[in-house]
Design a protein around this ligand. Structure first.
Ligand SMILES: Nc1ncnc2c1ncn2[C@@H]1O[C@H](COP(=O)(O)OP(=O)(O)OP(=O)(O)O)[C@@H](O)[C@H]1O
Length: 356
């Protein structure tokens, strides 16, 4: 990476100047300019403005390098430098999301919960990195609970214990269908894929969506796994009617444009909730929309240093989930769904913190 010293020297060479010439043009002592170029002294902001002017360089770009040098010098001897930077990053994220929230006029209740989430997240990040075995055990524990609950929403009848036997021990359960076994295995694989995406710093996009859906329906519905539907669908028991298939390409394009435009502005929890709700409302697949959308929500949460939000599959929770979705679709009121997701994120962070 380029340092300020290097940028100044390179530009002076391009101009064909000696140090004295640059010092003359910038009205700075030549000995000082020489120290700036050797990186043994940092210019003041005023020096920097004069240098940018003399060298025809954009001041903002030079100032960025100057700030990087400053932060680097501050942290270079710290053994936990990377961790400290991650904490600063999360505070800065909070700052920008907080500004965005105020612009959006979210209710005070939601803002309060988001603040609570940011505090819990800082606490969670301060516990990292976790030791290898501890991390693996935590991941296994939450992956299992998440697979169990998400499949339970969809109607899978495997218990938590049975899900464990199928996924971790490769044991089949008497009386349960092949499909139910595959749903458990596929979902566990999709969660492992989420973790891989996060560690590879892959962003959410059309390809990732298709891959997640493919993993969910793999071996169950070969024709439709990883493909948008070509027929109309209804969501049973819901007043919301998903769009006709010929509109899907355009709607999905807009969906990803929305993601790209909002990903740096919205608070990650609101972004995750929105991308979840918009996807299930478009309902682009013939089956597996709910499971895929919950995976998308969790990908966004994990990418932002949060933990898996596990929406529960018991009857009451399921009804609350459907009602919250319906409130967005029918009454254009996302508040209830934001509360539901924020509450689930808070529970998850608390649960993770209890276990470390
Ligand atoms: N108004 C609504 N009421 C109920 N569900 C809705 C509504 N709008 C969207 N959905 C979503 O549709 C999902 C069901 O769609 P689909 O059967 O394609 O998904 P699935 O993954 O197979 O099942 P599930 O989502 O139940 O796990 C629900 O889980 C929910 O996420």
């Amino acid at each position: 990476m380029k340092t300020l010293a290097k940028a100044l020297t390179e530009r002076r060479f391009q101009k064909g100047w000696v140090v004295r010439q640059l010092a003359f043009e910038a009205k700075i002592d030549p000995a000082l300019v020489s120290k700036f170029e050797k990186g043994v002294r940092r210019p003041t902001e005023e020096n920097l403005k004069a240098l940018a002017l003399a060298l025809d360089l954009p001041f903002d770009a030079l100032r960025k390098l100057w700030l990087v040098d400053k932060i680097y010098q501050l942290l270079e001897d710290e053994k936990d430098a990377v961790e400290i930077l991650a904490l600063v990053e999360s505070r800065l994220e909070y700052l920008s999301s907080h500004k965005a929230l105020q612009m959006q006029g979210l209710s005070a209740g939601i803002q309060e919960k988001l603040k609570q989430i940011d505090t819990l997240k800082e606490e969670w990040l301060s516990k990292k990195p976790l030791a290898g075995t501890q991390l693996r055990k935590l991941q296994e524990y939450f992956m299992l609970a998440y697979t169990f609950e998400s499949n339970r929403i969809e109607g899978n009848t495997l218990t938590l214990q049975e899900t464990h036997l199928v996924v971790n021990e490769g044991i089949t359960i008497g009386g349960k269908s092949m499909r139910e076994h595959l749903e458990a295995i596929n979902h566990a694989e999709a969660v492992a894929y989420l973790e891989q995406l996060v560690s590879d710093q892959m962003d959410y996009g059309p390809r990732v969506l298709m891959e997640l859906h493919y993993l969910i329906l793999k071996g169950i519905d070969r024709d439709n796994a990883g493909r948008y539907r070509s027929v109309p669908v209804r969501i049973s028991g819901s007043a919301h009617e998903p769009p006709q298939p010929y509109l899907l390409d355009k709607l999905m394009e807009e969906y990803f444009i929305h993601y790209d435009a909002q990903k740096k502005i919205l608070h990650p929890v609101i972004l995750a909730a929105e991308m979840h709700e918009r996807l299930v409302s478009i309902h682009p697949f013939i089956d597996g929309n709910g499971r895929t959308s919950r995976l998308v929500m969790n990908l966004i949460l994990l990418k932002h240093g949060l933990t898996i939000a596990n929406l529960k599959g018991d009857l009451d929770s399921r009804l609350a989930y459907y009602k919250a979705l319906e409130a967005v679709q029918v009454d254009n009121n996302p508040e209830v769904f934001y509360h539901l997701v924020a509450d689930t994120v808070i529970d998850s962070l608390r649960h993770h913190l209890e276990l470390v």
